[in-house]
Ligand binder design. Structure first.
Ligand SMILES: *[C@@H]1O[C@H](CO)[C@@H](O)[C@H](O)[C@H]1NC(C)=O
Ligand SMILES: *[C@@H]1O[C@H](CO)[C@@H](O)[C@H](O)[C@H]1NC(C)=O
Ligand SMILES: *[C@@H]1O[C@H](CO)[C@@H](O)[C@H](O)[C@H]1NC(C)=O
Length: 203
């Protein structure tokens, strides 16, 4: 991985920007430089995502936030976590809507209820992770915080799989199965991406 060079590139972008701002042709050139920096930021994300099991999913989720992530690994992780949490809220509301469908069989009701419960737990765990990550910077016990963080996120991942595993061997309508599996498996991917990105944090 070439990540150690990123802060340097960032510094370079930043100093060029400052330099340009102090000259007369600032606006046009600064816009060009901003574009160059954005390219650097996206490259940073691509390289970080490359260390995950789902590089494409990761890049698609994070690249729209390139200008706020810049080349900051902490920020990268907190945005990845926030994106995952948002996707979990979305999955939770889809599961809620499913539960209101008419004509559900008892086994479908059971699965939907269980998935609603595990998704609720995943939300709680991811919210705690986001808090732990926010506390990390100022903490005197970074290694402990990091370990808590990984525990919360791993627990969320386990909850997500508990939901999708329930489908095995059950008679469930396509709409129930597809809706839940699609949403929750996407969540599981995003969650595993967060865990992989945490390994890039140097705590
Ligand atoms: C991604 O990883 C592969 C193999 O590990 C490497 O060949 C490739 O250059 C990497 N791409 C980026 C953008 O870092
Ligand atoms: C998550 O959702 C909130 C509220 O809708 C939004 O402000 C935030 O930008 C979202 N985060 C990401 C990373 O998409
Ligand atoms: C959540 O749902 C909203 C509305 O459907 C959508 O705009 C947003 O992109 C979704 N967020 C994630 C992270 O899937």
């Amino acid at each position: 991985m070439s990540s150690p060079s990123f802060p340097l590139v960032f510094l370079f972008c930043f100093s060029i920007l400052l330099l340009l701002m102090s000259t007369s042709m600032q606006t046009v050139s600064a816009a060009t430089t901003n574009k160059a920096c954005l390219k650097t930021y996206k490259k940073f994300i691509k390289s970080a995502c490359n260390s995950t099991t789902y590089p494409k999913v990761c890049y698609k989720a994070l690249s729209p936030s390139a200008s706020s992530i810049k080349t900051d690994t902490d920020k990268l992780c907190s945005i990845a976590l926030s994106f995952t949490l948002n996707a979990t809220y979305n999955a939770s509301s889809s599961i809620d809507s499913l539960s209101k469908m008419k004509g559900l069989s008892p086994s479908e009701k059971q699965i939907i209820n269980d998935c609603a419960e595990t998704t609720g737990e995943a939300i709680y765990e991811l919210e705690n992770s986001l808090k732990a990550l926010a506390n990390l910077q100022g903490s005197d016990h970074k290694a402990d915080e990091m370990s808590n963080l990984k525990t919360w996120v791993s627990a969320a991942l386990t909850d997500e799989y508990t939901c999708t595993d329930e489908f095995d061997g059950q008679k469930v309508s396509k709409v129930v199965k597809n809706t839940i599996k699609k949403k929750v498996l996407n969540l599981a991917k995003l969650t595993s991406i967060c865990l992989a990105l945490f390994n890039l944090l140097e705590y």
